[in-house]
Design a protein around this ligand. Structure first.
Ligand code: F0G
Length: 454
């Protein structure tokens, strides 16, 4: 058995409660069978997301104490800007309050009615902003990317042939930009390769199209590139990062994921693009030297980005995820393979194969797992999709229950507890039934929607 080894020690702790099962059942009912609506005090292991819940280091905490609070020209911002320049090699940095704020600004700046944005795979908030601005999304991940079990090392790669045909068919002027998502979230935190990004860039160059990188989950992607891409094995994480960023016109990220912090930002070397987006920052986010982030968040981010360049730090999440995935496979539980970043992803399509996609198998499994264990996961399937214009259900490619692994947060025995409860639930999976909406918001319905048993 390969046991992941924590390369840190725990020096601040938070007490957890594990409610009895009857209470958990009540809580789940009160939450409308939607794990987003649970109160955290009723949760034992919060595996909903890795967003804004990663543990900070002693160095981050220390840096937060020396933050320079000022509206304009804060020294804290200067430090962050310099760190971004060092890591990404980009001259200009626009701060935002979180990742989707970057997406709002990108969509407003570049997407118009009829625009198309080809991408390896969509993320919920990204797609919503593009659609809101009149554009549409074309997902052109390689076919193997959406196979739940396929040993391709880079399931997040873009299909270059499909990219070329979309451009040829629609004309390059219709393409707002091409978006590559690192650590592709909705297909199980799967990476793309440096080689693939180079090929995408070549096509973008040929047609004069902007290449945008969503670097929110870059840490995991960097780890996998170093581990799996032959020519990158001898490169440092810093070299790989510079290699990736030199190919992109714009890089944006959620610092709730990248950099063990909060906030977000947009980086570019192109002054014209910078000037175009800059006005929207002051309109939506705040002044250019904070963009909605507190100075403490910015200090934590500066140090956190530096820590992201350390292989022994960024290998922790993937190590735990791979352990959990391997253990679940031993118990015959269907999971996404190879193990990716972000979290362990259970294949609800197989786990509860008796529940049709219209009854949200991954959502139902998430509700059941909370009742069975106090572990909270997140539905990443049909519930996370949006109905089409005629109100029809759009069934998703995959029905995943994501069990996110917040970085540096859980111990191995807690992970083993989750494995044990999932194994129990799998043996008793016939107890789980489908769900239907009783309250269904139009946009991003998975956040607030309430459901009951069909
Ligand atoms: N891009 C990706 C790839 C993301 O995973 C997220 C957030 C965002 C953009 C938006 O960033 O939350 O700071 O506004 N993902 C979170 C998750 C919400 O739980 O997967 P944000």
């Amino acid at each position: 058995e390969q046991i992941p080894l924590e390369m840190h020690k725990v020096r601040i702790v938070q007490k957890l409660e594990l409610l009895p099962v009857e209470k958990r059942l009540e809580c789940m009912k009160a939450a409308g069978n939607n794990t987003f609506l649970l109160n955290n005090r009723d949760v034992f292991m919060d595996m909903l997301t890795d967003s804004g819940v990663n543990a900070m280091s002693d160095r981050q905490q220390a840096a937060m104490l020396v933050a320079d609070d000022s509206y304009a020209g804060s020294e804290t911002f200067v430090r962050l800007e310099e760190k971004i320049r060092e890591i990404f090699g980009t001259e200009f940095f626009l701060p935002t309050h979180q990742g989707r704020a970057c997406e709002n600004i990108l969509a407003q700046s570049f997407v118009t009615s009829g625009s198309i944005v080809p991408m390896n795979y969509h993320f919920t908030t990204t797609k919503a902003h593009i659609i809101l601005n009149g554009g549409s999304v074309e997902e052109i991940i390689i076919d193997k990317g959406i196979e739940v079990n396929n040993n391709h090392p880079f399931k997040g790669n873009m299909d270059i042939g499909k990219l070329k045909s979309i451009i040829e068919e629609n004309g390059s002027e219709k393409i707002a930009f091409v978006r590559m998502e690192a650590g592709t979230n909705l297909i199980g935190g799967q990476p793309f390769s440096l080689e693939n990004l180079e090929e995408v860039k070549e096509v973008c160059n040929k047609y004069g199209i902007l290449l945008v990188l969503d670097a929110s989950l870059l840490a995991d992607n960097l780890h996998f590139i170093k581990e799996r891409e032959e020519r990158c094995k001898s490169m440092s994480i810093r070299e790989i990062t510079l290699g990736l960023s030199s190919l992109c016109d714009i890089i944006y990220f959620s610092a709730r994921k990248l950099g063990f912090a909060r906030g977000g930002g947009i980086c570019t070397n192109n002054k014209e693009l910078y000037m175009k987006m800059r006005e929207l920052i002051t309109l939506y986010e705040g002044f250019l030297t904070y963009g909605g982030m507190s100075v403490r968040e910015m200090e934590a981010l500066t140090v956190g980005l530096d820590e992201t360049m350390d292989e022994n730090i960024i290998n922790q999440g993937p190590g735990f995820i791979s352990f959990m995935t391997d253990e679940l496979i031993k118990s015959g539980i269907p999971v996404v393979t190879p193990a990716g970043g972000l979290g362990c992803h259970i294949d609800a399509m197989q786990f509860v194969s008796h529940i049709p996609q219209e009854e949200y198998p991954a959502g139902a499994l998430g509700a059941a797992l909370y009742i069975a264990s106090g572990v909270r996961g997140m539905e990443r399937g049909t519930m996370s999709e949006q109905r089409d214009e005629d109100g029809n259900e759009v069934v998703s490619n995959m029905e995943l229950l994501r069990l996110a692994m917040p970085r540096r947060v859980f111990t191995l025995s807690q992970v083993k507890y989750a494995i044990d409860r999932i194994t129990w639930l799998h043996k008793n999976r016939h107890l789980i039934g489908g769900l239907k909406f009783v309250e269904e918001p139009k946009n991003l319905r998975f956040f607030f929607g309430r459901l009951e048993a069909t």
